[in-house]
Design a protein around this ligand. Structure first.
Ligand SMILES: Nc1ncnc2c1ncn2[C@@H]1O[C@H](COP(=O)(O)OP(=O)(O)OP(=O)(O)O)[C@@H](O)[C@H]1O
Ligand SMILES: [Mg+2]
Length: 438
């Protein structure tokens, strides 16, 4: 069966799914379009800024052949990524492998609050069975390792991983598990030269010390290696929170025909423009994003791409405004490449503090304020070795990471940074004003 037509649902309250619209495979299989249904046009919300509530077929941007195939706007965040696609190929084995199959077979537990069904009258997702529990983590890790190595799995193993193997994005082996009635992502060790799961936990908890809101993490020791569990931030007391990735938000805010500027300053401008204004949450989120950028640079997390930042739409029917989601997937890449995946400033992707400071006004920060944030992150980074050791990271792994984090490039930046250089002149500069297109 080819899934050329699917339907999209909103599951904010999973007990009462709402029909959003029709999904179609377009652009010779390289894209997925969305046409909202009448009831959603009457009383729904725009899933992203590029999907306003108007009655026509929203098409994904052109140039798809050269670019990665994608679904339109926020729908793209409802599909799995490399790991999930691998699980679908292994477990569900659909006859055809298009964006539509990946959208459908991701099942009921995908990112955010969207759901995909084959019917336009009922939400009937691909049945995945119950989520595995913490006690199944060892077995899950073994099944994930087999899939990663492209080794065959048994029918029983397929059934176990079908419960939570494919919904989420990312490239690394992972699954969803139930811990005390809540959903967590569990990410497995994947033969890296260092204990990546433990290091991810150590980095995330270090980030918290630098004033970064992080997703809650737990180390799950398994027979041969550690795993890391990360509590889902898009689930809250039985409800699902509509979420979009940074890439979706930035693309949606980019005039058609222009290339999206996938980076921190662009994301900060969006947060300030369409973030939650109550209690200045938008300004605080933009400031925190600046902190995350500096932390990622200094901790050698160069893999800070567009899907490694997310935004929550906490009151979608009310105002659709955005909050910065807790940080996740933050750990040293240990490659020392000197470039981030996300643009940081006037010098593009350069992993330098000078670059980070260069467009601080986009984050709503005066140079002196931005410099104080940098100084704060540097202060925390000073203690990274002790913190990692306390978290249980071995001396050998710390030494390996130190080659980058305390290597010539990054360490020199930490030691040479002088916040006094950024003090405002006596006639205090004006705080950057709101954007004219607000
Ligand atoms: N705690 C969480 N709550 C909700 N969604 C999450 C959470 N953690 C991760 N995700 C979603 O799952 C995706 C994959 O997670 P993550 O980035 O940690 O995996 P990864 O395989 O390490 O990614 P990468 O391919 O960037 O290395 C994220 O892009 C995000 O959409
Ligand atoms: Mg990731």
């Amino acid at each position: 069966m080819r899934l050329d037509d699917l339907t999209l649902w909103y599951l904010g309250n999973p007990a009462a799914p709402r029909y959003v619209g029709a999904l179609k495979l377009v652009a010779a299989g390289k894209g997925v379009s969305l046409r909202y249904g009448q009831a959603w046009l009457d009383s729904g919300f725009a899933l992203s800024e590029d999907l306003p509530l108007v009655d026509f077929e929203h098409m994904p941007p052109g140039r798809l052949v050269a670019d990665t195939p994608r679904a339109v706007g926020a729908v793209d965040d409802a599909r799995p990524d490399r790991w999930g696609e691998k699980v679908i190929r292994f477990v569900d084995k659909p006859k055809r492998l298009s964006l539509m199959e990946y959208l459908y077979y991701a099942g009921d537990d995908r990112f955010g609050a969207l759901g995909v069904s084959t019917s336009s009258s009922t939400y009937s997702p691909r049945a995945g069975g119950a989520l595995p529990r913490l006690k199944d983590a060892q077995q899950l890790s073994e099944i994930a390792a087999k899939i990663e190595a492209l080794e065959p799995i048994t029918a029983l193993e397929a059934k176990i991983i079908a419960g939570g193997g494919s919904p989420l994005g990312g490239a690394k082996p992972k699954a969803l598990i139930d811990i005390d009635g809540e959903q967590w992502v569990i990410k497995f060790f994947n033969g890296e030269p260092v204990d990546t799961p433990l290091i991810e936990h150590a980095t995330m908890t270090l980030a918290a010390q630098a004033g970064i809101t992080v997703a809650e993490t737990r180390v799950i020791p398994l027979a041969a290696a550690n795993a890391i569990a990360i509590r889902r931030f898009d689930r809250e007391r039985g409800r699902r929170i509509h979420c979009i990735s940074a890439g979706t938000a930035i693309r949606a805010a980019t005039a058609s025909g222009n290339d999206p500027e996938l980076g921190y300053p662009g994301l900060a401008r969006i947060l300030r423009r369409v973030g939650v204004t109550q209690d200045d949450a938008n300004e605080r989120d933009a400031r925190e994003l600046f902190r995350r950028m500096v932390f990622n640079i200094l901790v050698d997390n160069t893999d800070d791409h567009e899907k490694n930042h997310a935004l929550l739409v906490t009151s979608p029917f009310d105002n659709g405004r955005l909050r910065l989601a807790p940080a996740y997937d933050v750990l040293p890449t240990n490659s020392g490449q000197g470039y981030q995946e996300f643009i940081c400033g006037a010098h593009g992707r350069d992993s330098t503090l000078e670059n980070a400071m260069s467009q601080c006004e986009a984050f709503g920060l005066l140079p002196a304020e931005a410099a104080a944030e940098v100084a704060r992150v540097i202060d925390v980074l000073r203690t990274w070795k002790e913190h990692f050791a306390e978290a249980g990271v071995t001396a050998r792994d710390i030494e390996s990471l130190a080659e980058r984090i305390d290597g010539a490039e990054l360490l020199a930046q930490r030691t040479a940074f002088d916040p006094t250089r950024f003090q405002s002149p006596p006639a205090r500069r004006k705080r950057p004003g709101p954007f004219s297109h607000r």
